[in-house]
Design a protein around this ligand. Structure first.
Ligand code: NAD
Ligand code: MG
Length: 390
């Protein structure tokens, strides 16, 4: 039977890797329903034509004319603006890949969840900013949430094949990013290009910076807490530079189960897309005779305060994770635009958490999506104020 597939964020790194798996499948395996993008009309139109999509949605209206011109003469329907992304997510699909970057993916992903079908979740920020209502929406619709983030996919695979009872802790592995061996002093002068140059993974710009600050692992800690319903104390982070072990689960009897593989996102993407069946992914196979060592280190929270801040936000609860995420998105954008230094990113996040926490005690209703969107907007304004006054 043909699987109807929608990709939210089709022009990004995860979106294009998903299309790569679909392209290699036997004809008739998948029908592409809807594809979305923010600004890149050219790539969106090219993918829509290649995969004969039914509908495309572009969030940024400034490129609407270009998209219309590129799709002229085709039967592909076009939607423009943020509401068009929600329309894309509402079109009947058996599987939706949620691969928009940032909290901008929250409402479209919730619309996909409401269908009650399979959702591959790459967009971790939407779970970080709205963990409680997001998981409630999943329970309500009966959707199957398939984690695509490699760490969460690894844990999902372990828990699916073993008993979910008797778990003592989850162990998230982190590559440590490009600056693992740098000193705090070195970090004062690292550039945008240094930060974008990840040693193991090839990813979009925002998550690459998050990997360099270790905020990515902090967001993943919060993501894991909501996805697997575990408190902060039962989730550890360990640096594993080879990125061969994608994460582990420790049981009460002392057993530790792990999922291993090459660091290539097409493995977790294929797992989610094919679930419950395994489908082929064109990734490099592990050759154990060539892996000379697997090493592990405790993360350095002085050099990488973002991970500490994320754990504190998770433990503070309420809307603290939403504030953390919003401030981080603003700070990373400012760093990518050359407006602030690398170490300022965590400073801005910390200052925003302090200011928003003082004024609200993080007491906003974390089950209310409208309140979360308002908190997100307020935290962005506070972060922007800090960026300007740096
Ligand atoms: P990317 O920057 O390469 O692509 C992001 C996609 O989202 C693009 O299609 C872009 O057009 C769209 N987009 C951006 N801003 C938008 C907005 N405001 N409104 C609507 N659409 C918007 O990002 P990516 O690296 O593919 O990451 C996507 C998600 O997957 C992120 O949440 C990231 O944390 C997560 N993730 C990525 C990887 C990876 O290897 N790239 C691994 C694990 C998790
Ligand atoms: Mg990850």
């Amino acid at each position: 039977m043909t699987k109807r597939v929608t990709i939210l964020g089709a022009t990004g790194s995860i979106g294009e890797n998903t299309l790569d798996i679909i392209r290699r499948a036997e004809a008739g395996t998948y029908q592409v329903v809807a594809l979305t993008a923010n600004q890149n009309a050219e790539a969106l139109a090219a993918h829509a034509k290649d995969f004969n999509a039914e509908f495309v949605a572009l969030a940024d209206p400034t490129h609407a004319k270009q998209l219309e011109a590129l799709l002229q003469g085709t039967k592909i329907e076009i939607g423009i603006g943020p509401n068009a992304l929600i329309e894309a997510a509402k079109r009947q699909a058996d599987f939706t890949m949620a691969a928009i970057i940032g909290a901008a993916g929250l409402e479209p992903t919730l619309a996909a969840v409401a269908q009650g079908n399979h959702v591959g979740l790459a967009n971790k920020e939407c779970l970080v900013c709205a963990g409680e209502p997001f998981m409630a929406a999943v329970r309500e619709s009966g959707a199957v949430l398939l984690p695509v983030d490699s760490e969460h996919n690894a844990i999902f695979q372990v828990l699916e094949s073993d008993q979910p009872k008797g778990v003592k802790r989850l162990i998230l592995t982190a590559s440590g990013g490009p600056f693992r061996e740098k000193t705090l002093e070195d970090l004062q002068t690292v550039t945008r290009e240094n930060a974008l140059n990840h040693p193991v993974w090839s990813m979009g710009a925002k998550i690459s910076i998050d990997s360099a600050t270790l905020m990515n692992k902090g967001l993943e800690l919060i993501e894991a807490s909501y996805l697997f319903n575990r408190p902060s104390a039962e989730i550890d982070v360990i640096v594993h530079p080879q990125s061969i072990i994608h994460s582990m689960v420790e049981y009460i009897d002392g057993s530790v189960l792990a999922q291993l593989g090459s660091p290539d996102m097409r493995t977790p993407i294929a797992y989610a897309l094919g679930w419950p069946a395994r489908i082929a992914a064109p990734v490099e196979r592990l050759d154990f005779t060539q892996i000379s060592q697997l090493t592990f280190f405790a993360p350095d929270l002085v050099k990488f305060p973002a991970l500490r801040l994320a754990r504190e936000a998770l433990e503070a609860g309420g809307c603290a994770p939403c504030v953390l995420n919003a401030a981080n998105e603003q700070a990373v954008a400012a760093f990518l635009a050359g407006r602030i230094q690398f170490l300022d990113i965590a400073r801005i996040v910390e200052a925003t958490l302090e200011r928003e926490g003082r004024s609200r005690q993080f007491s906003c209703a974390p089950h209310d999506v409208a309140a979360i969107i308002a908190t997100d907007a307020s935290a962005r304004r506070t972060a922007d104020d800090h960026i300007v006054t740096l």
